[in-house]
Each structure stands twice: as C-alpha cells, then as structure tokens.
Design a protein around this ligand. Structure first.
Ligand SMILES: [Zn+2]
Length: 120
C-alpha cells in the first residue's frame, strides 16, 4: 500500500528529528501535500494511525495542508490556480499551461517536539 510506505517514511523523518533533541516526544508533523501528488489524504491518515504504534509518534497528529494545483500561465504571465487536476488551464483566462508550479508536493514542513518531562 502506497500510503503506508509514506506514513512509515514520515515517522522515520520525525523520529530522526526527535533523536536530535534527546528523544523528545513528537506532538505533530506538518505536511504539505499537493493535489497531484497521488496521495489520498484519508488513506494516509489511517495508515499513519496504524504505523505510529510503538514509535515516538504514538501521540502525534498529522497536520496536513493540501495544496491546490497552480500553473504558470503564459498569457497572464504569472502563477495562477489551475482549472482542475484534469485540465491544466489557467483558471483566469483558460490558456493551457505547460508548466505546473504547485501540486506535486509531498513534504514534511515541520516536526513539533515536546521535551519528555513536559509530556509525562
Ligand atoms: Zn491566464
């Protein structure tokens, strides 16, 4: 399952961050996920619930920012929201754009840590 391997990768990144800070408890992981990344957010959330057990992320939540698709419009000469995932046209002037500027992201933006003493 695609989302499970992503969840495991996210946990790896957060645990690595936690180890750098004396095994601090991971409270939250902030993610940016583009609409064209192929990640189903609902599936990722349930995969994360399963994968986080017995890790440093047992009490962590995923905070996901879903990014809409944007294109660079050759006619407007700037970045615009795309019409849809299926139609990569500028939502303002409907010109088809060859360049996607946002929407394929899948990144960990930040890991929120809390020192163990505070949590216990
Ligand atoms: Zn345009």
């Amino acid at each position: 399952m695609h989302e499970l391997s992503i969840a495991i990768r996210i946990i790896d990144i957060a645990e690595e961050e936690s180890r750098k800070h004396d095994d601090a408890c991971v409270m939250a992981v902030h993610l940016k996920i583009g609409c064209m990344s192929g990640v189903v957010i609902e599936a990722l959330l349930s995969a994360f619930e399963i994968a986080r057990e017995e890790t440093l992320l047992a009490h962590a939540e995923l905070k996901i920012e879903a990014l809409p698709v944007k294109v660079r419009c050759p006619k407007c000469d700037c970045e615009q929201l795309a019409d849809s995932i299926q139609c990569l046209c500028c939502s303002v002037c409907r010109t088809l754009s060859p360049e996607i500027t946002q929407g394929r992201e899948l990144e960990v933006v930040a890991v929120e840590l809390e020192p163990l003493e505070t949590v216990q």
